[in-house]
Ligand binder design. Structure first.
Ligand code: SAM
Length: 242
């Protein structure tokens, strides 16, 4: 962010105290290049071998054997056969956490409420060994096309993709597990888009509507994972307390 808006600075200071400076100095920093082996198409070992053959030094994350940190640029990885064939998906480590928490299993009926571009949708299908029954909703038309493209490329064609506002899903539906990776201000991204107070308020309204709907659609005893790429408490802890 070229300049941190005063309202965001104030929230960060109120919510994080002396840690706020560290968060602010993180904006604009370069993120390590990370990816996930798409086990719907190949094994993590195959990805490791192919990366080495293509000249990329790579290290596997100790907490998730399908995740790699790679030395090199995203542009160089995008040109590889591994990428073009959908055997890898470029994804930040932090965005791999919500599907891991949800722990999808074969046979479970899972809803991905806000799915595009689909990194977490395909990760959830892969984590279930290809056996979960996933419905993926996306409201935005252009992003929905991107989702469909990624699902096809990643070998996740069996996902039921719906171009729809998830708050309009029928209340009669029930899901064992729901991922709500909500639209947010992006205040936790290293390269956030310009954030205004109006944008933040709009995101909070959408988050609340989607969360209310998610709770209606969740089966008794089911699991809901709510995630955002914001560090603001009003989009996270405080949203869940409402
Ligand atoms: N989970 C995605 C991934 O890992 O690739 C990223 C999701 S992104 C944070 C949030 C998405 O929610 C955006 O694509 C946005 O267009 C979509 N969205 C916003 N409001 C929505 C709604 N009411 N219903 C469905 N999708 C919505």
């Amino acid at each position: 962010m070229s300049e941190i808006p005063a309202f965001l600075s104030k929230y960060l200071e109120e919510q994080y105290g002396c840690e706020a400076e560290r968060i602010k100095s993180g904006y604009g920093k370069k993120r390590p290049v990370t990816l996930r082996a798409n086990t719907l198409k190949c094994t993590a070992e195959e990805v490791e071998r192919e990366l080495a053959r293509a000249g990329f030094a790579a290290e596997r994350a100790p907490w998730y054997p399908d995740a790699f940190a790679v030395e090199g640029t995203e542009q160089a990885l995008l040109k590889t056969e591994l990428y073009r064939s959908g055997k890898i998906y470029l994804q930040s480590f932090s965005s791999m956490l919500p599907p891991l928490l949800l722990a999808p299993r074969a046979g479970e009926n899972i809803l991905d409420m806000t799915a595009a571009p689909g990194g977490k949708t395909t990760q959830m299908l892969a984590l279930s060994g290809g056996g979960a029954l996933i419905t993926a909703c996306e409201k935005d038309g252009i992003r929905f096309d991107r989702l469909k493209f990624n699902l096809a490329r990643q070998g996740a064609g069996r996902v039921n993709a719906m171009h729809l506002d998830a708050t309009r899903l029928s209340d009669f539906l029930r899901f064992d597990k729901i991922l709500l990776d909500a639209p947010c201000s992006g205040s936790g991204s290293l390269a956030p888009k310009p954030i205004t107070e109006a944008l933040l308020r709009g995101c909070m309204r959408t988050q609340e509507a989607l969360l209310t709907k998610a709770l209606k659609l969740l089966s008794k005893g089911g699991t809901l994972v709510y995630s955002t790429c914001s560090v603001l408490k009003q989009e996270n802890e405080e949203m869940l307390r409402k």
